[in-house]
Every structure is written in structure tokens, then in C-alpha cells.
Design a binder for this molecule. Structure first.
Ligand SMILES: Cc1cc2nc3c(=O)[nH]c(=O)nc-3n(C[C@H](O)[C@H](O)[C@H](O)COP(=O)(O)O)c2cc1C
Length: 139
């Protein structure tokens, strides 16, 4: 079972999460797609493979009310896991790079390139999401 967990304010990152979930399912793996409000860090830590997504918020940061506390609680439990990172941004787009450094420092393996998408994912971005899901499923 693979977990896809995300925060999305206006639906763009949520659409990416659904497409990543489709890619995982198409690759023949079971998948759960959940908004961060629907899952605890302990529950998320039960997955060996995780696709984590958060829109670019604040000043090139994770959303701080809900997602940052969730991720901070999960961070100490990520060692040895297979992870991909994704999310939508509006004008910057560097937040995933900083986040990936944290994930690597926590001892997890980033198994496919980060996937930042400008605004709402178009058809090409949806295809990229599906491909990332497949890559995670096969990692
Ligand atoms: C309060 C707020 C802060 C934001 N900060 C950033 C930012 O620092 N860098 C950036 O590229 N986009 C920023 N954005 C734009 C969002 O990342 C962008 O609208 C994105 O598509 C939202 O994705 P979502 O639909 O999954 O919430 C911000 C948006 C809001 C509402």
C-alpha cells in the first residue's frame, strides 16, 4: 500500500495527488490518497512508500498551519522510506528543493525528481504526475 498525502488550498495540488494515485494504481499497486486533514503523522508513517505534496506557501515554504506540523511530526519516522515530492506553485517554485533536503536529512530516499507544477496542472503535467506515481510504485 502506497500513501499519497497532500495539502491543497485551491485544488491544484489535490489534482496532482489524484493523478499520482492513478499512476500508482495503473502500475498495479494499492494506493490511498488523502488530504493531510484526513490522516495523522503516525498513520502516514505506516507506509513504506509515500508521495508527499504541498502547495508553495508563505515565502517558498510548506503551508504552516496544517502541513508543516504534520510533516515535522512525520520527519523523524521517514528513515528508509521511498518518497516523492510534488506540489503546485504560483511564482517561485523553489520550496520542493528545500523540502527535499529535509527529507534526505531524515534518511529517506527520494526516488524520482521533485514535481513542481505552475498553477493548475494541464494535460502534460497530469501525465508527469501519473509517471511519477508509476516510478514510486516501481521503486
Ligand atoms: C498565502 C499564499 C502564499 C503563497 N506563497 C507562494 C510562494 O511563496 N511561492 C509561490 O510560488 N507561490 C505561492 N503561492 C501561490 C500558490 O502556491 C499557488 O496558487 C498554487 O497553485 C496553489 O496550489 P493549491 O491549489 O494546491 O493550493 C501562495 C499562495 C497563497 C494563497
Amino acid at each position: 500500500m502506497i500513501g499519497v498525502i497532500y495539502w491543497s488550498g485551491t485544488g491544484n495540488t489535490a489534482a496532482m495527488a489524484e493523478a499520482i494515485g492513478k499512476g500508482i494504481a495503473d502500475a498495479g499497486q494499492e494506493v490511498v490518497v488523502k488530504s493531510v486533514s484526513e490522516i495523522t503523522a503516525d498513520e502516514a508513517a505506516a507506509f513504506d512508500k509515500l508521495a508527499l505534496g504541498c502547495a508553495d506557501m508563505g515565502a517558498e515554504q510548506l503551508e504552516e498551519m496544517e502541513f508543516e506540523p504534520f510533516y515535522t511530526a512525520l520527519e523523524g519516522k521517514l528513515s528508509g522510506k521511498q518518497v516523492i515530492l510534488f506540489g503546485s506553485y504560483g511564482w517561485g517554485g523553489t520550496w520542493l528543493d528545500d523540502w527535499a533536503e529535509r527529507v534526505k536529512a531524515a534518511g529517506a530516499n527520494i526516488v524520482a525528481d521533485n514535481l513542481p507544477v505552475f498553477g493548475a496542472p494541464d494535460d502534460a503535467a497530469i501525465a508527469d504526475c501519473e509517471a511519477r506515481g508509476k516510478a514510486l510504485a516501481e521503486a
